[in-house]
Design a protein around this ligand. Structure first.
Ligand SMILES: Cc1cc2nc3c(=O)[nH]c(=O)nc-3n(C[C@H](O)[C@H](O)[C@H](O)COP(=O)(O)OP(=O)(O)OC[C@H]3O[C@@H](n4cnc5c(N)ncnc54)[C@H](O)[C@@H]3O)c2cc1C
Length: 227
């Protein structure tokens, strides 16, 4: 599917939300992702295709992705993305993935996001907010510093209780913190998204803390170091 770059906005330090127009709005579910292709010469080994969560909500007219640019070691893909001019045509795949809300709106939810792993949480909370559906949600959001945090106002306006853990200081995003801050019970679904090593270690530790596989929904972002 071809989409047209419209504009971008800074949502946190080195982090931008890129907005795109589409000829026909694709059907997607909040929390799903796409693969974006940006053809360019002299590409590095991180390639010309990247996966991104749609951080927009299906209730919004434009599609959005949100990503971070490493200040010194940015990939050629991100260099091209961050210098796009309005009107540029870009190819993306159909949206896919099952990191989405459960149909049963009574299930209590805990979202655990590390760094840029907040993107699917933005999509889902925006969708719930726009459709005026209230659910019991707690967000546990780990980031290196306060400057790296995005979308806090949206979460607050929706009424989702958000605990912030700054991992650049003494804080750590551990299973112990998740169980305690999330008030996780047998009925709770725990969504974990962020850098692959973070999601992997939380998966192991949450299972060890008796959260069963069926209660865990995981979204791994490869290519980022642990937050
Ligand atoms: C389902 C899914 C959803 C995703 N959703 C998102 C999303 O919403 N937002 C998002 O930002 N990403 C998302 N990702 C990850 C995304 O696809 C990229 O892997 C990620 O953004 C890193 O991009 P990059 O390799 O261009 O690295 P950059 O952003 O340029 O750098 C990232 C970091 O990696 C280091 N690094 C990693 N590999 C190398 C290397 N080979 N050489 C030098 N430095 C390196 C850099 O120094 C830097 O610290 C998602 C991935 C998946 C699978």
């Amino acid at each position: 599917m071809n989409i047209t770059y419209d504009h971008s906005e800074i949502v946190a330090q080195n982090t931008r939300m890129f907005w795109f127009r589409t000829p026909h709005k694709p059907d997607y579910i909040a929390g799903q992702f796409i693969e974006m292709t940006l053809p360019h010469n002299n590409s590095d080994n991180r390639g010309q295709k990247h996966w991104f969560t749609l951080s927009s909500s299906p209730t919004e007219n434009l599609l959005a992705i949100t990503t971070k640019q490493a200040p010194d070691r940015s990939s050629t893909f991100k260099q091209v993305l961050f210098s796009l001019q309005a009107g540029a045509s870009i190819n993306i795949s159909e949206p896919m993935g099952d990191f989405v809300l459960p149909k049963d709106s009574n299930i209590p939810l805990v979202f655990v996001a590390g760094g840029i792993g907040i993107t699917p949480v933005r999509s889902m909370i925006k969708w719930l907010s726009d459709t005026k559906e209230h659910r019991q949600i707690r967000i546990i959001y780990g980031a290196r510093s306060a400057d790296d945090l995005a979308f806090l106002e949206l979460f607050e306006n929706y009424g989702a209780k958000t605990d912030i853990i700054l991992t650049g200081g003494a804080g750590q995003l551990t299973a112990e913190n998740v169980m305690k801050l999330g008030h996780v019970t047998d009925n709770t679904l725990v969504y974990v998204s962020g850098p692959e090593p973070m999601v992997e270690s939380l998966e192991t530790d949450l299972k060890a803390a008796n959260v069963s596989s069926e209660k865990l929904v995981l979204d791994f972002f490869p290519g980022y170091p642990i937050t």
